[in-house]
Ligand binder design. Structure first.
Ligand code: URA
Length: 237
């Protein structure tokens, strides 16, 4: 991003006034005085930009929030039945945030909200689908080897067979399932198809991003490096 724009975005001054500030030699980047307002500055927070010796913090043009969605909260931007929405959990200010993909109302765990439409499209495009990991507790106790193999190799659902998935059983009746596709209620339908209906379902990972210690109902803004890692994960074939 051009230095002049960077300073204006950070709230230092209007673009025109920022240009004068730069020309006056009041700005340093990584310790060197810069007088060209068109100088390129990375906008991911990695450049050390000072005005009159004081640091300037860039304001991101777009934001991405990670949210731990509680059960009973819908992941659409609004709900015709008046249920609480995941967008309502995050103080968005003037930004218009959209959920990236969907979780069922009963499903808990990691969902992203962003005002970056291009990133949302990239992350949800079937061709670039990033792997998503779910932890399901299922009925019927320990899942046997035949059912595990079916889940891993592909289960016949009414909209066709599922793609190969990674499936582990850390403890009897608990499955950790990683999918590279995102069909409606897919984990629930897969588990039901092998005779182990889901009792609770939580998404714990989305590409490189882990739910981590975020508690239900909590959110945090991703830092530029995390957003870059998500973008990379989606672009990887
Ligand atoms: N699979 C499901 O069945 N439900 C979700 O919310 C996500 C994946």
């Amino acid at each position: 991003m051009r230095l002049q724009k960077y300073l204006a975005h950070a709230g230092v001054a209007s673009r025109r006034a920022a240009e004068e500030i730069v020309r006056a030699g009041r700005v340093t980047i990584d310790g060197r005085t810069v007088t060209d307002p068109a100088r390129d500055v990375p906008d991911d927070g990695t450049a050390d930009v000072l005005v009159d010796g004081r640091p300037v913090t860039p304001v991101a043009e777009t934001v991405v929030f990670a949210v731990n969605k509680p059960a009973g909260v819908v992941s659409t931007a609004s709900d015709t039945h008046g249920r609480p929405t995941v967008v309502g959990l995050v103080p968005a200010g003037k930004r218009r945030l959209y959920p990236v993909g969907r979780l069922d109302a009963e499903t808990t765990g990691l969902i992203l909200l962003t005002d970056d439409g291009a990133l949302a499209d990239l992350l949800t495009h079937p061709r670039y689908e990033v792997p998503k990991t779910y932890v399901a507790s299922v009925r019927g106790g320990r899942v046997g080897d035949v059912a595990l193999r079916a889940l891993r190799e592909g289960v016949e659902l009414d909209d066709g067979p599922t793609l190969p998935a990674e499936v582990e059983q850390p403890e009897p009746g608990e499955l950790r399932i990683t999918l590279r596709e995102g069909r409606k209620r897919q984990v629930r339908r897969m588990c039901r198809a092998v005779g182990h209906p889901v009792v609770t379902l939580r998404r714990v990972r989305l590409g490189p991003l882990e739910l981590g210690r975020l508690r239900e109902g909590q959110w945090r803004a991703l830092d530029p490096r995390e957003v870059a890692a998500l973008r990379d994960a989606a672009r990887r074939p």
